[in-house]
Write a protein that binds this ligand. Structure first.
Ligand code: NAI
Ligand code: 13P
Length: 334
Protein backbone atom coordinates (compact mmCIF):
# COMPACT_ATOMS: atom_id res chain seq x y z
CA UNK A 1 0.00 0.00 0.00
CA UNK A 2 1.19 3.53 -0.74
CA UNK A 3 1.99 5.80 2.18
CA UNK A 4 -0.46 8.55 3.07
CA UNK A 5 -0.17 11.62 0.90
CA UNK A 6 -0.19 14.40 3.48
CA UNK A 7 1.61 17.38 2.00
CA UNK A 8 -0.22 18.63 -1.09
CA UNK A 9 0.97 21.37 -3.46
CA UNK A 10 -1.74 22.98 -5.58
CA UNK A 11 -0.38 24.87 -8.59
CA UNK A 12 -2.84 27.44 -9.91
CA UNK A 13 -4.72 30.17 -8.07
CA UNK A 14 -7.84 30.34 -10.24
CA UNK A 15 -11.31 29.06 -9.43
CA UNK A 16 -10.55 25.35 -9.68
CA UNK A 17 -7.12 25.48 -8.01
CA UNK A 18 -8.59 27.35 -5.05
CA UNK A 19 -11.58 24.99 -4.80
CA UNK A 20 -9.29 21.94 -4.89
CA UNK A 21 -6.99 23.45 -2.25
CA UNK A 22 -10.09 23.73 -0.06
CA UNK A 23 -11.02 20.11 -0.86
CA UNK A 24 -7.60 18.88 0.25
CA UNK A 25 -7.63 21.08 3.35
CA UNK A 26 -11.11 19.81 4.31
CA UNK A 27 -9.79 16.27 3.95
CA UNK A 28 -7.13 17.09 6.57
CA UNK A 29 -4.14 17.57 4.27
CA UNK A 30 -1.38 20.20 4.66
CA UNK A 31 -1.93 22.37 1.61
CA UNK A 32 0.22 25.04 -0.02
CA UNK A 33 -1.20 26.74 -3.10
CA UNK A 34 1.07 28.43 -5.64
CA UNK A 35 -0.41 31.29 -7.64
CA UNK A 36 1.26 33.33 -10.35
CA UNK A 37 -0.45 36.57 -9.32
CA UNK A 38 0.80 38.25 -6.15
CA UNK A 39 -2.66 39.73 -5.51
CA UNK A 40 -4.15 36.22 -5.35
CA UNK A 41 -1.49 35.09 -2.86
CA UNK A 42 -2.15 38.12 -0.67
CA UNK A 43 -5.95 37.69 -0.83
CA UNK A 44 -5.77 34.01 0.13
CA UNK A 45 -3.35 34.56 3.00
CA UNK A 46 -4.87 37.73 4.38
CA UNK A 47 -8.61 37.37 3.74
CA UNK A 48 -9.10 33.56 3.43
CA UNK A 49 -10.82 34.16 0.12
CA UNK A 50 -10.08 34.56 -3.60
CA UNK A 51 -12.50 37.29 -4.63
CA UNK A 52 -11.25 37.51 -8.24
CA UNK A 53 -12.09 33.86 -8.97
CA UNK A 54 -14.47 32.68 -6.23
CA UNK A 55 -16.41 35.78 -5.18
CA UNK A 56 -18.51 35.39 -2.06
CA UNK A 57 -16.70 32.31 -0.73
CA UNK A 58 -14.82 32.43 2.59
CA UNK A 59 -12.63 29.40 3.19
CA UNK A 60 -13.89 26.96 5.81
CA UNK A 61 -10.60 25.03 6.03
CA UNK A 62 -7.05 26.36 6.40
CA UNK A 63 -4.39 26.53 3.70
CA UNK A 64 -1.66 28.96 2.72
CA UNK A 65 -0.66 30.46 -0.62
CA UNK A 66 2.78 31.35 -1.98
CA UNK A 67 4.33 32.93 -5.05
CA UNK A 68 7.39 30.68 -4.73
CA UNK A 69 6.88 27.73 -7.10
CA UNK A 70 9.98 25.80 -6.01
CA UNK A 71 9.04 26.24 -2.36
CA UNK A 72 5.52 24.92 -2.99
CA UNK A 73 6.72 21.79 -4.78
CA UNK A 74 9.76 21.00 -2.66
CA UNK A 75 9.13 18.06 -0.30
CA UNK A 76 5.44 17.65 -1.18
CA UNK A 77 3.78 14.21 -1.41
CA UNK A 78 1.57 15.06 -4.40
CA UNK A 79 0.97 17.96 -6.77
CA UNK A 80 -2.37 19.08 -8.17
CA UNK A 81 -1.66 20.92 -11.44
CA UNK A 82 -4.58 23.29 -11.96
CA UNK A 83 -3.44 25.89 -14.49
CA UNK A 84 -5.09 26.03 -17.96
CA UNK A 85 -4.45 23.02 -20.21
CA UNK A 86 -2.21 24.89 -22.65
CA UNK A 87 0.19 25.84 -19.82
CA UNK A 88 0.85 22.21 -18.83
CA UNK A 89 4.17 21.92 -20.66
CA UNK A 90 5.60 25.19 -19.30
CA UNK A 91 4.45 24.32 -15.77
CA UNK A 92 5.92 20.81 -15.97
CA UNK A 93 9.24 22.22 -17.15
CA UNK A 94 9.20 24.84 -14.40
CA UNK A 95 8.98 22.20 -11.65
CA UNK A 96 11.24 19.58 -13.25
CA UNK A 97 14.33 20.40 -11.18
CA UNK A 98 12.44 20.51 -7.85
CA UNK A 99 10.10 17.53 -7.95
CA UNK A 100 11.05 14.31 -6.12
CA UNK A 101 11.06 11.22 -8.37
CA UNK A 102 7.78 9.30 -8.22
CA UNK A 103 5.69 12.22 -6.94
CA UNK A 104 2.12 11.98 -8.27
CA UNK A 105 1.25 14.98 -10.46
CA UNK A 106 -2.52 15.18 -10.81
CA UNK A 107 -3.67 16.87 -14.01
CA UNK A 108 -6.81 18.85 -13.19
CA UNK A 109 -7.13 20.90 -16.38
CA UNK A 110 -9.49 19.72 -19.12
CA UNK A 111 -7.93 19.93 -22.54
CA UNK A 112 -5.50 18.55 -25.12
CA UNK A 113 -2.21 20.23 -26.05
CA UNK A 114 -3.01 22.27 -29.12
CA UNK A 115 0.46 22.38 -30.68
CA UNK A 116 1.01 18.59 -30.56
CA UNK A 117 -2.41 16.93 -30.16
CA UNK A 118 -1.03 15.20 -27.06
CA UNK A 119 -3.12 14.30 -24.04
CA UNK A 120 -1.80 16.15 -21.00
CA UNK A 121 -0.50 12.95 -19.35
CA UNK A 122 1.63 12.41 -22.46
CA UNK A 123 2.94 15.97 -22.14
CA UNK A 124 3.95 15.14 -18.56
CA UNK A 125 5.59 11.87 -19.62
CA UNK A 126 7.53 13.85 -22.21
CA UNK A 127 8.89 16.67 -20.07
CA UNK A 128 8.52 15.40 -16.48
CA UNK A 129 9.31 11.67 -16.77
CA UNK A 130 10.27 11.41 -13.11
CA UNK A 131 6.67 12.20 -12.03
CA UNK A 132 3.79 9.74 -11.69
CA UNK A 133 0.96 11.14 -13.88
CA UNK A 134 -2.62 11.12 -12.60
CA UNK A 135 -5.85 12.86 -13.61
CA UNK A 136 -8.78 14.31 -11.69
CA UNK A 137 -11.93 15.02 -13.70
CA UNK A 138 -15.70 14.85 -13.43
CA UNK A 139 -18.84 16.97 -13.06
CA UNK A 140 -17.68 19.62 -10.62
CA UNK A 141 -18.13 23.37 -10.82
CA UNK A 142 -15.47 25.12 -8.74
CA UNK A 143 -18.10 27.33 -7.15
CA UNK A 144 -20.18 24.30 -6.04
CA UNK A 145 -17.11 22.55 -4.65
CA UNK A 146 -15.90 25.69 -2.85
CA UNK A 147 -19.36 26.05 -1.27
CA UNK A 148 -19.10 22.45 -0.03
CA UNK A 149 -21.96 21.17 -2.19
CA UNK A 150 -21.81 17.39 -2.70
CA UNK A 151 -19.59 16.43 -5.65
CA UNK A 152 -18.19 13.18 -7.09
CA UNK A 153 -15.23 12.94 -9.50
CA UNK A 154 -12.90 10.35 -10.98
CA UNK A 155 -9.21 10.17 -10.08
CA UNK A 156 -7.13 8.04 -12.43
CA UNK A 157 -3.55 6.79 -12.38
CA UNK A 158 -2.17 3.84 -14.28
CA UNK A 159 -1.21 2.19 -10.98
CA UNK A 160 -4.43 1.56 -9.08
CA UNK A 161 -2.76 2.07 -5.70
CA UNK A 162 -1.75 5.62 -6.69
CA UNK A 163 -5.35 6.40 -7.70
CA UNK A 164 -6.57 4.90 -4.39
CA UNK A 165 -4.06 6.94 -2.36
CA UNK A 166 -5.03 10.17 -4.13
CA UNK A 167 -8.73 9.42 -3.61
CA UNK A 168 -8.12 8.82 0.08
CA UNK A 169 -6.13 12.05 0.35
CA UNK A 170 -8.94 14.18 -1.10
CA UNK A 171 -12.12 12.49 0.13
CA UNK A 172 -14.46 14.17 2.59
CA UNK A 173 -18.18 14.15 3.32
CA UNK A 174 -18.77 16.65 0.50
CA UNK A 175 -16.23 15.38 -2.05
CA UNK A 176 -16.21 11.77 -3.24
CA UNK A 177 -13.48 10.65 -5.64
CA UNK A 178 -13.78 7.31 -7.46
CA UNK A 179 -10.45 5.70 -8.37
CA UNK A 180 -9.70 4.49 -11.91
CA UNK A 181 -6.73 3.25 -13.89
CA UNK A 182 -7.99 4.63 -17.22
CA UNK A 183 -5.80 7.73 -17.52
CA UNK A 184 -6.56 8.27 -21.22
CA UNK A 185 -10.32 7.79 -20.86
CA UNK A 186 -10.67 10.25 -17.98
CA UNK A 187 -8.75 12.92 -19.91
CA UNK A 188 -10.69 12.53 -23.15
CA UNK A 189 -14.12 12.91 -21.56
CA UNK A 190 -13.11 16.11 -19.77
CA UNK A 191 -11.54 17.63 -22.87
CA UNK A 192 -14.30 16.84 -25.37
CA UNK A 193 -17.26 17.81 -23.20
CA UNK A 194 -16.08 21.43 -23.34
CA UNK A 195 -16.42 21.52 -27.14
CA UNK A 196 -19.90 19.98 -26.95
CA UNK A 197 -20.92 22.39 -24.17
CA UNK A 198 -20.15 25.31 -26.51
CA UNK A 199 -22.46 23.70 -29.09
CA UNK A 200 -25.23 23.14 -26.54
CA UNK A 201 -24.96 26.72 -25.30
CA UNK A 202 -25.28 27.92 -28.89
CA UNK A 203 -28.39 25.77 -29.44
CA UNK A 204 -30.04 27.26 -26.36
CA UNK A 205 -28.91 30.80 -27.16
CA UNK A 206 -30.28 30.57 -30.68
CA UNK A 207 -33.62 29.28 -29.36
CA UNK A 208 -33.50 25.89 -31.07
CA UNK A 209 -35.18 24.19 -28.12
CA UNK A 210 -34.70 21.52 -25.49
CA UNK A 211 -35.20 18.66 -27.96
CA UNK A 212 -32.24 19.85 -30.03
CA UNK A 213 -30.18 20.30 -26.86
CA UNK A 214 -30.87 16.69 -25.82
CA UNK A 215 -30.15 15.38 -29.33
CA UNK A 216 -26.86 17.27 -29.39
CA UNK A 217 -25.87 15.92 -25.97
CA UNK A 218 -26.58 12.33 -27.04
CA UNK A 219 -24.89 12.65 -30.45
CA UNK A 220 -22.04 14.47 -28.69
CA UNK A 221 -21.65 11.51 -26.38
CA UNK A 222 -21.42 9.32 -29.47
CA UNK A 223 -18.50 11.49 -30.72
CA UNK A 224 -16.83 11.25 -27.32
CA UNK A 225 -17.22 7.48 -27.39
CA UNK A 226 -15.89 7.04 -30.93
CA UNK A 227 -12.88 9.33 -30.48
CA UNK A 228 -12.25 8.13 -26.93
CA UNK A 229 -12.17 4.45 -27.79
CA UNK A 230 -9.94 5.20 -30.82
CA UNK A 231 -7.51 6.87 -28.39
CA UNK A 232 -7.60 3.98 -25.93
CA UNK A 233 -10.37 5.01 -23.51
CA UNK A 234 -12.42 2.28 -21.89
CA UNK A 235 -16.16 2.51 -22.71
CA UNK A 236 -17.13 2.21 -19.04
CA UNK A 237 -14.98 5.27 -18.25
CA UNK A 238 -16.79 7.27 -20.91
CA UNK A 239 -20.19 6.39 -19.41
CA UNK A 240 -18.91 7.40 -15.97
CA UNK A 241 -18.44 10.67 -14.08
CA UNK A 242 -15.61 12.06 -16.20
CA UNK A 243 -17.39 11.36 -19.50
CA UNK A 244 -21.16 11.28 -19.59
CA UNK A 245 -21.43 12.81 -16.10
CA UNK A 246 -19.47 15.93 -17.01
CA UNK A 247 -21.05 16.13 -20.47
CA UNK A 248 -24.53 16.23 -18.95
CA UNK A 249 -23.49 18.89 -16.43
CA UNK A 250 -21.82 21.27 -18.82
CA UNK A 251 -24.27 20.76 -21.68
CA UNK A 252 -27.16 21.80 -19.45
CA UNK A 253 -25.92 24.64 -17.25
CA UNK A 254 -25.05 28.26 -17.94
CA UNK A 255 -22.79 27.98 -14.88
CA UNK A 256 -20.37 26.32 -17.32
CA UNK A 257 -18.09 28.88 -18.97
CA UNK A 258 -18.07 26.81 -22.17
CA UNK A 259 -21.87 26.64 -22.24
CA UNK A 260 -22.04 30.38 -21.44
CA UNK A 261 -19.66 31.08 -24.33
CA UNK A 262 -21.95 29.15 -26.68
CA UNK A 263 -25.01 30.86 -25.23
CA UNK A 264 -23.58 34.29 -26.04
CA UNK A 265 -22.63 33.07 -29.51
CA UNK A 266 -26.16 31.79 -30.08
CA UNK A 267 -27.61 35.11 -28.96
CA UNK A 268 -25.58 36.87 -31.61
CA UNK A 269 -22.32 38.04 -29.99
CA UNK A 270 -19.63 37.91 -32.70
CA UNK A 271 -16.94 35.25 -32.27
CA UNK A 272 -14.13 37.81 -32.26
CA UNK A 273 -15.74 39.73 -29.37
CA UNK A 274 -16.10 36.50 -27.38
CA UNK A 275 -12.52 35.49 -28.07
CA UNK A 276 -11.02 38.73 -26.79
CA UNK A 277 -10.64 38.32 -23.05
CA UNK A 278 -13.46 37.01 -20.94
CA UNK A 279 -13.51 33.85 -18.89
CA UNK A 280 -11.51 30.73 -19.70
CA UNK A 281 -13.46 28.41 -22.05
CA UNK A 282 -11.14 25.46 -22.76
CA UNK A 283 -13.38 24.13 -25.55
CA UNK A 284 -12.17 26.97 -27.79
CA UNK A 285 -8.70 25.39 -27.80
CA UNK A 286 -9.87 21.78 -27.84
CA UNK A 287 -12.22 22.05 -30.85
CA UNK A 288 -9.51 22.24 -33.53
CA UNK A 289 -7.28 19.62 -31.96
CA UNK A 290 -10.24 17.23 -31.56
CA UNK A 291 -10.99 17.64 -35.27
CA UNK A 292 -7.33 16.89 -36.10
CA UNK A 293 -7.35 13.81 -33.87
CA UNK A 294 -10.59 12.65 -35.51
CA UNK A 295 -8.95 12.91 -38.94
CA UNK A 296 -5.81 11.13 -37.73
CA UNK A 297 -7.87 8.24 -36.34
CA UNK A 298 -10.51 8.19 -39.12
CA UNK A 299 -13.33 9.09 -36.72
CA UNK A 300 -16.17 11.27 -37.99
CA UNK A 301 -16.83 14.16 -35.57
CA UNK A 302 -19.53 16.31 -37.20
CA UNK A 303 -20.44 18.31 -34.08
CA UNK A 304 -16.87 19.14 -33.06
CA UNK A 305 -16.10 19.97 -36.69
CA UNK A 306 -19.08 22.34 -36.80
CA UNK A 307 -17.99 24.04 -33.56
CA UNK A 308 -14.46 24.45 -34.91
CA UNK A 309 -15.73 25.90 -38.20
CA UNK A 310 -17.97 28.38 -36.35
CA UNK A 311 -15.11 29.43 -34.04
CA UNK A 312 -12.90 29.98 -37.10
CA UNK A 313 -15.74 32.03 -38.61
CA UNK A 314 -15.82 29.78 -41.67
CA UNK A 315 -19.57 29.25 -41.26
CA UNK A 316 -22.30 30.82 -39.15
CA UNK A 317 -24.53 28.95 -36.72
CA UNK A 318 -27.48 28.65 -39.10
CA UNK A 319 -25.27 27.14 -41.81
CA UNK A 320 -23.76 24.76 -39.24
CA UNK A 321 -27.21 23.56 -38.20
CA UNK A 322 -28.37 23.13 -41.80
CA UNK A 323 -25.28 21.09 -42.68
CA UNK A 324 -25.76 18.83 -39.63
CA UNK A 325 -29.47 18.26 -40.29
CA UNK A 326 -29.01 17.40 -43.97
CA UNK A 327 -26.10 14.99 -43.68
CA UNK A 328 -26.79 11.68 -45.46
CA UNK A 329 -29.17 9.53 -43.39
CA UNK A 330 -27.54 6.67 -41.55
CA UNK A 331 -28.08 3.99 -38.93
CA UNK A 332 -27.80 5.47 -35.42
CA UNK A 333 -24.84 3.33 -34.35
CA UNK A 334 -22.89 3.42 -37.63
N1 NAI B 1 -13.69 26.24 -12.82
C1 NAI B 1 -14.20 25.02 -12.81
O1 NAI B 1 -15.37 24.81 -12.41
C2 NAI B 1 -13.39 23.85 -13.25
C3 NAI B 1 -12.25 24.02 -14.01
N2 NAI B 1 -11.55 22.93 -14.45
C4 NAI B 1 -10.38 23.08 -15.29
O2 NAI B 1 -9.32 23.64 -14.52
C5 NAI B 1 -8.46 24.41 -15.37
C6 NAI B 1 -8.26 25.77 -14.74
O3 NAI B 1 -9.53 26.38 -14.69
P1 NAI B 1 -9.92 27.50 -13.64
O4 NAI B 1 -9.13 27.45 -12.41
O5 NAI B 1 -11.38 27.45 -13.50
O6 NAI B 1 -9.52 28.80 -14.49
P2 NAI B 1 -9.41 30.28 -13.96
O7 NAI B 1 -9.51 31.14 -15.16
O8 NAI B 1 -10.32 30.50 -12.83
O9 NAI B 1 -7.92 30.35 -13.38
C7 NAI B 1 -6.80 30.08 -14.15
C8 NAI B 1 -5.57 30.32 -13.27
O10 NAI B 1 -4.41 29.97 -14.01
C9 NAI B 1 -3.49 31.03 -13.93
N3 NAI B 1 -2.67 31.02 -15.14
C10 NAI B 1 -3.04 31.34 -16.40
N4 NAI B 1 -2.00 31.19 -17.23
C11 NAI B 1 -0.97 30.77 -16.46
C12 NAI B 1 0.37 30.46 -16.73
N5 NAI B 1 0.87 30.56 -17.98
N6 NAI B 1 1.16 30.04 -15.73
C13 NAI B 1 0.66 29.95 -14.49
N7 NAI B 1 -0.59 30.25 -14.16
C14 NAI B 1 -1.41 30.65 -15.14
C15 NAI B 1 -4.33 32.29 -13.78
O11 NAI B 1 -3.56 33.32 -13.20
C16 NAI B 1 -5.41 31.77 -12.85
O12 NAI B 1 -4.98 31.80 -11.52
C17 NAI B 1 -9.14 24.45 -16.75
O13 NAI B 1 -8.54 23.50 -17.59
C18 NAI B 1 -10.57 24.04 -16.45
O14 NAI B 1 -11.18 23.36 -17.54
C19 NAI B 1 -11.94 21.67 -14.14
C20 NAI B 1 -13.05 21.44 -13.37
C21 NAI B 1 -13.86 22.52 -12.86
O1 13P C 1 -15.43 21.37 -16.05
C1 13P C 1 -16.29 21.97 -15.44
C2 13P C 1 -17.31 21.31 -14.62
O2 13P C 1 -17.09 19.94 -14.53
C3 13P C 1 -16.34 23.44 -15.55
O3 13P C 1 -16.85 23.75 -16.79
P1 13P C 1 -16.47 25.11 -17.49
O4 13P C 1 -14.98 25.13 -17.66
O5 13P C 1 -17.21 25.08 -18.78
O6 13P C 1 -16.94 26.22 -16.59
Amino acid sequence: MMRRLQKIAVLGGGAWGTALALVAARAGRDVLLWARDASTVTAINETRSNPSYLPGVTFDAPFQATGDLGGAVSGCDAILLVTPAQTTREMAKAISSTIEPGTPVVLCAKGIERSTGALLADVLADCLPQATPAVLSGPSFADDVAKKLPTAVTVAASQGEVADALSAALASESFRPYASTDVAGVQIGGALKNVLAIACGAVVGRGWGASAQAALTARGFREMTLLGTALGARPDTLTGLSGLGDLVLTCSSAQSRNFAFGLALGRGTPVKNLMSGGKLAEGIFTASVAVDLGKRHAVDLPLSTAVDAVLREKIDLDTALASLMTRPLKRETD
